[in-house]
Design a protein around this ligand. Structure first.
Ligand code: WT7
Length: 684
């Protein structure tokens, strides 16, 4: 990580002080039923047993052919896991559950309108639908093993069905978060060279019916500009037979999935036996460049890792009713709504809408009615529910045995509310730290074995050996109260294979920084650089402080500052733009844009609005900036680098420090005054 001016101290190097929180022990009742209460697991997964320890995870799966090499590290950092093994993900998540759980709920879908009926998809029904849609993908859409297919689907059962159908035939799925724009979807289609789009007619969110098919039309048009001809658009109807979009079906291009399935009703297709190393899916995420990167996840290692961590960290049993309130369009949903829980034969609850609709009691009514006993969500949701209904949960008679938080740091105060009010003091909490790139958890406690500490994720999960390095690659030892860059010393089965189409970017982004010897074939020389600042306490628990690169986490969503800036620059008259993160009580952070104008243009409210709407159009509504400040000039170093750090300090009403060495130091105070006036204006 380069700091903006030489010699400047990066965020992660600054000593961090916070009050050490007390440990809280898991309840005896939880321990008595836990999948993993054996301390010995840490010994079994210790470095001396690496990599063979991961057999324990792979053995949770059904293999068509057992592997011969657990880890092949001969071409770092392109690790290969369970080499020689063959298996199918769809078989493992669906078919193999039939003998025991045929008519048990695999997925319970809760529509947002409360008067609408739940849809219960049993394992048998999932099996039927997955087979039929797999046949549609191959026979009708002409897709085969290794091809990419793009899904732009919201939280409806069609999404997990589509994923499992693709996985059945080795078609690499690329699900684009439903809240992303048509343009963002088209760019991902272009990058992955995908010619088939799977979408739906519409869905409900916050009481509104949103038209998804209209997005698909725009995606096809946009993709064409990028040289991608979308040959087929497969449209799931939220409720079969009832079309809720205003957009017309395009003859020859658009097809209703329920009609296609009718034609193949009852037919089955054998799951294709895949190499453990065959890619399973792509998941695009933001990094420090303007182009999102396609994280390519493998078949065997990924499924083994999400099955193992779902079993031992989330403590999912087949008898549990597990609800992860996240979107399947993000990695959390792929790993911990679909693949992990279903591989264990669990019942996974899927909710279509927002937790506050129609009131903040909604999640607890769902939990009570369905008998949910494991709950999993992000701090931003917890904060929102705490603010809107601090005592709401008390009205409902559900009981959670375990709860999870993921995606951003959680304030100890919010953690305690989660524990006491939502968990009613009965549930363990796991604070799971990981990333899109990682496939599954990196740091967390094992809930029956280690005590909880509010605000700290915990140590590495079994088989993950984290370390904190300073900028020079020196280890920052535990207990010094000093922050640094968290890295993982070893490869693990869930780590992505590469960035789709950019292996050199994969090496550069995650391994170049701390690689000891680029020629080395020893994995010990290749620590994985996560891009987060962290501190480790004496007890070994890690507290994650947040991104140290150009990534902003907004309500748990990951946005690249470069992407925001590029989108702002599509506005006529804008000459330069800088995106920074402003602290936000609810959402953790929100994006703020500072922009300067080309000669001949003058600042106006309309121009600010234009920047906001262009960002929403380019990236999607989640990326909308909280404020746009049009300034005469942006503060820059003499070499012309924009001082984002100074702009961030101003937006957060913090000291911006010494700016006398800048090329244009006077502008800083002008901007500070302007921001102060504007924010006072908006408060009155
Ligand atoms: C970034 C990754 C992993 C699924 C959802 C997010 C932050 C993630 C935690 C946590 C503090 C966390 C990090 C990380 N993060 N979990 N428990 N405590 N921060 O995936 O969108 O790829 O974001 O989320 O900054 O780098 P993602």
């Amino acid at each position: 990580m380069q700091s903006e001016t030489p010699g400047e101290i990066s965020e992660a190097q600054i000593a961090v002080h916070w009050k050490e929180e007390q440990f809280i022990d898991p309840p005896a009742r939880f321990i008595a039923q836990a999948n993993m209460a054996d301390q010995g697991i840490y010994e079994r997964f210790s470095e001396k047993n690496f990599p063979e320890c991961f057999r324990e995870y792979a053995d949770l799966l059904s293999w068509d052919r057992y592997w011969h090499t657990t880890l092949d590290s001969s071409n770092p950092p392109f690790w290969k896991w369970f080499v020689g093994g063959k298996l199918n993900v769809s078989y493992n998540c669906v078919d193999r559950n039939l003998p025991k759980y045929r008519n048990k709920a695999a997925i319970i879908w809760v529509p947002e309108p409360e008067e609408e009926q739940d849809v219960i998809v049993t394992y048998q029904e999932l099996y039927n639908k997955v087979n039929e849609f797999a046949i549609a993908l191959s026979e009708f859409a002409g897709l085969k093993k290794g091809d990419r297919v793009t899904f732009h689907l919201p939280m409806i059962p069609a999404l997990p069905i589509s994923m499992l159908a693709a996985a059945r035939l080795g078609i690499i799925h690329n699900q684009v978060f439903g809240g992303f724009s048509a343009k963002a979807c088209a760019e991902r289609m272009e990058d992955s060279k995908s010619h088939v789009l799977v979408t739906c007619d519409g869905y409900y969110r916050n009481g509104q019916l949103l038209d998804k098919k209209a997005d698909a039309d725009a995606t096809v048009e946009e993709a064409e500009k990028h040289g991608i001809i979308v040959k087929k658009v497969l449209v799931w109807r939220r409720l079969p037979g009832k079309y809720i979009s205003k957009s017309k079906m395009v003859e020859g291009r658009d097809h209703f999935v329920d009609e296609l399935l009718d034609k193949v009703r009852g037919r089955k297709v054998s799951p294709l036996s895949m190499d453990a190393e065959d890619p399973l899916f792509l998941m695009y995420t933001s990094g420090s460049t303007g182009r999102p990167k396609g994280c390519q996840h493998r078949t065997g290692g990924y499924l083994a890792y999400v099955a193992g961590t779902s079993k031992f960290v989330l403590d999912i049993h087949p008898e549990d009713t597990y609800w992860c309130y996240a979107d399947i369009g993000w990695i959390t949903g792929h790993s911990y709504i679909v693949y992990g829980p279903l591989s264990l034969g669990a019942t996974s609850v899927m909710y279509e809408g927002v937790p506050m609709f129609p009131d903040p009691g909604r999640p607890w009514r769902i939990a009570e009615r369905l008998g949910v006993n494991i709950f999993h969500t992000a701090p931003t949701t917890i904060r929102m529910l705490r603010k809107a209904g601090p005592k709401e949960a008390e009205k409902y008679g559900y009981h959670f045995k375990s709860m999870t938080t993921v995606g951003e740091p959680i304030e100890p105060e919010v953690w305690k509310w989660y524990y006491e009010v939502i968990g009613k003091g009965e549930a363990v909490i796991t604070d799971t730290y990981w990333q899109t790139e990682n496939g599954g958890f990196l740091c967390s406690t094992l809930p029956a074995i280690l005590p909880m500490k509010p605000g700290s994720a915990g140590p590495g999960v079994p088989g993950i050996y984290p370390v904190i390095y300073d900028e020079d690659g020196k280890e920052v030892k535990a207990g010094l109260g000093k922050a640094g860059n968290i890295c993982i010393r070893n490869p693990w089965p869930g780590i992505m294979q590469t960035i789709w189409g950019s292996p050199e970017r994969f090496v550069r982004q995650y391994y170049s920084k701390y690689c000891r010897d680029e020629k080395s074939k020893d994995w010990r020389d290749w620590p994985y650089f996560a891009g987060d600042g962290a501190v480790q306490a004496f007890d070994g628990y890690f507290r994650i402080l947040g991104r140290i690169d150009d990534v902003i986490k907004v309500a748990g969503h990951r946005l690249g500052t470069k992407e925001l800036e590029n989108a702002a620059l599509t506005t006529e008259g804008i000459s330069e733009a800088a995106a920074i993160a402003q602290n936000d009580e609810m959402r953790g952070h929100v994006p703020i844009i500072y922009a300067s104008l080309k000669p001949g243009y003058s600042p106006s409210k309309e121009l600010e609005q234009q920047v906001i709407s262009n960002i929403a159009k380019e990236l999607g509504p989640i990326a909308k900036p909280h404020a746009v400040y049009i300034v005469q000039d942006l503060p820059k170093t003499r070499s012309g680098k924009i001082m984002r750090r100074v702009l961030a300090a101003i937006a957060n009403s913090e000291e911006y420090g010494d700016v006398t060495t800048l090329a244009n130091p006077d502008i800083v105070e002008t901007i500070r005054k302007m921001v102060q006036e504007k924010s006072q204006g908006s408060n009155t």
